[in-house]
Write a protein that binds this ligand. Structure first.
Ligand SMILES: [Zn+2]
Length: 158
């Protein structure tokens, strides 16, 4: 008998191995397009072809005017901190090594809000409307996620 089988299930080698971080699972081609553009290192949002309103999450119709027309426009990557929480408990084992981390909602200059992560940020720096800037964090060899960090140059100019 293998020694590992004599251990309690949660102490076996397989249970101790950190699983990979879960990747987004796009539900449709528009959402897939959003993530594909992120892999190129740019953040793009849909912009309504009728009323020019930016939108996020990716969707087929403008929430303001109902138009299905849109184009993809590159974000400036600049925004402000709209909301956050400091997470001390990993709801998925892949995130345990990152604890504590800051789950945030950022409001971009384009007017859309985005759920994301704030990196390179001391908790003492956290404040509403903190200027933040875009970066990308690799979460697997072939996938990177848009994240934000404090933009201290813009913060000091306020
Ligand atoms: Zn519209």
């Amino acid at each position: 008998m293998n020694d590992d089988n004599e251990r309690l299930p949660n102490t076996r080698a397989a249970a101790q191995k950190v699983p990979p971080k879960p990747l987004p699972r796009p539900q449709d081609p528009i959402e897939q397009e959003f993530w594909n553009r992120c892999q190129d290192g740019y953040l793009y949002f849909q912009r309504c072809g009728s009323c020019s309103t930016f939108r996020h999450l990716p969707r087929y119709m403008c929430a303001k005017c109902g138009s299905p027309e849109f184009s993809w426009e590159r974000s400036t990557g600049k925004g402000t901190l709209f909301s956050w929480t400091v997470t001390h408990q990993a709801l998925h084992p892949a995130f345990a090594e990152d604890l504590p981390f800051i789950a945030a909602v950022v409001e971009l200059e384009e007017g859309v809000r985005m759920a994301t992560r704030l990196i390179d940020c001391d908790r003492d720096t956290l404040e509403l409307d903190l200027p933040v800037e875009l970066d990308f964090e690799p979460i697997s060899p072939e996938f990177r996620l848009p994240v934000f960090r404090p933009d201290m140059n813009r913060r000091e100019k306020r």
